[in-house]
Structures are given as structure tokens and as C-alpha cells.
Design a protein. Sequence first.
Length: 361
Amino acid sequence: MPEAALTAGDASPVETDAVIIGAGPVGLFQVFELGLLEIRAHVIDALPYPGGQPVELYPDKPIYDIPAVPVCTGRELVDSLLRQIRPFGAEFHLGQTVTRVERQPDGRFIVQTDRQVRLLTRTVFIAGGVGAFEPRRLKLGGIERFEDRQLFYHVRDPAEFAGRHLVIAGGGDSALEWAVHFAQASPHRAASVTLVHRRDGFQAAPATVARVRELCAELSLQFMVGQVTGFEEEQGRLCRLKVSGTDGVTRLLPADALLVFFGLSPRLGPIADWGLQIERKQLVVDTEKFSTSEPGIFAVGDVNTYPGKKKLILCGFHECALAAFGAAALVYPDRQVMLQYTTTSTRLHQVLGVESPVFDD
């Protein structure tokens, strides 16, 4: 990574000990592990809210492999992590991406975002999962001008679709779950729901597939095998979709809104240009402190790779602990960092803002 000194014309950046890129569960737990070592952190994420994959992809689905938590949803996990890191006062910069990471002559890094946030930090932690997620878009010329008006790749507010004629394209969990949601009697029930998929087979939970079949039998939901190949508009608004079936017939469907769930495509984005060692679109790290090929830059969670790597949240949590100790040697080079236990350390109790327990002799 080349060095680039600050120039006189640069606005003074905010100084910090650590910058964490990614506000998913692993990025949030990295805040906690750094906080225990009294390392201040700023967190940057492209999404407008913390949570990463669990909140974006499966907020209400159960997770069963978090230690000591028999079951929780993605949203509940993130809420718990946010409560856990509250004592450390990390500053969040959401809805923005990192565009620049440059080492300074004194060994620190300038980290800059596309919204011109500038941070001067001793360490950088990349916790961006498998990269920034982008929805796989419908490849149909001209359809993009309806995006966020009548064409959607995410459902932010289900109430927005109540009473409308919906066409949902896709055959995975998201497509089927929303088709069921809008077809059932509920405050969000649509005027009509048509599920369009390229084949009569789905990649979704069996219970959800069974419910789709039931709703089709009840005529509450229509299913068509085919692909969206065209559209019609009136007065600048999408009004009908052309669906070409496997039988060679193209049919017109009334459509007030089109929801497309073709999955998400991860990309490393600017990280790929930072001069770090990459293997199969993942950052190569050591397993002592999870440092990348650039000293001072660490990578934790699904974004990294090493022999025996397993893409599990709990593995990412383990990586955070070792990465924090690796960073402490850089943030406090003249201090011996000792391993302390939150159960017994009065210093950690002070950091966490809790009372030290009294143990009987």
C-alpha cells in the first residue's frame, strides 16, 4: 500500500484508534472486543442501518448456533450486540462506503468515504462479510426507470403494497415468503399476487413451498412458469408486464408493482484495489491476529480466508478477539496488554459500567 501524506489543503480528519468497515454481527462484536482493550472505534457501513446480512437478508429467520442463545432472529441478534457495545460509544457512519485507505508517513491510515467523512486511524478492521451486497437486477431494457417507484428489489414497508396488483419474480425464500405474505388475509393484502418463476420448482423452505401451493389451490395466489420479458406503460407508469411461458405463449399481467428477488450478488468493491493479498475474492490473513498482508489492517468474518476457514458467525466472533489483541500492540506499543476476564476484572467492570461482584471467600 503506497504512502500518501496529508496536504495543507486537506480538512483535518477525525482521529481514532480503529476504523471498522462493516456493521454486521462480526463488525459489531469487533467494537466490543476493542472496547475491552480501551480502543476507540468508528464504524462504517454501506447500509443505512447496522446489522449486515442478518438484517438485510433474514431479519426474522431463526438462528440456532450462537453460543448460549438457543434461538434468536437476525434482528434480535443485532439488537443484542448493539446493547452490548453501548458502553464503548462507537461512532457510526452509515449509508456510505469507503473510497480511500492510504497509509501516512507516521504509520497511521487515512480512511475516507464517499460522503467525505475522513478518519485518521492507527488500525483498520475489514468486517464487510463477503462484500457489499447488490441485488441481481432484472435485465430488461428501460425497466430501470421504474426502480423505487414501481420496481423494487427489497420490501421496506409492506403497507406500501396493500391493495395493489403485484407481480413477484423469483423462486427463492424471499420471493415465496413475500408472495405468501401479500396473498394472505392481512393488513397488507394485495389486490392480486402473481408469482413468476422460470420453472415449476423452488429453492425455498418446504413449508413455504407448501403454503404457496395451498394459496394457489385457493385461488388467492397465481403462479406462472415463465420469465418477465417486456412491459407496457401508460402516462409514464408501469401498468402491464409481458410474461413469456415455457409453452411459448406470452401473456399480459396487470401490474402496479413488480418485486424482483433474484438473489444478491456480493462484491469486494474498492477493497480489491487496496493492494491487499486476495485469494478467490477473499482477504488472506494469518491466524494469530487476523492481520492482512498490510500491517495494521485486519480482516474478520466472511471477508477473510485461511486454512480451515469456516463461514460461521461464531467463528467471526473468535477472530474478533484475536484481532483486537493484535491491534492493541499497535495502538499501545509501550504497554503490555494483559488478558483479563470480564467475570473478575474490576478494570473491565469500570469500562463496561457495571458493578464488580462481591465473592465470598
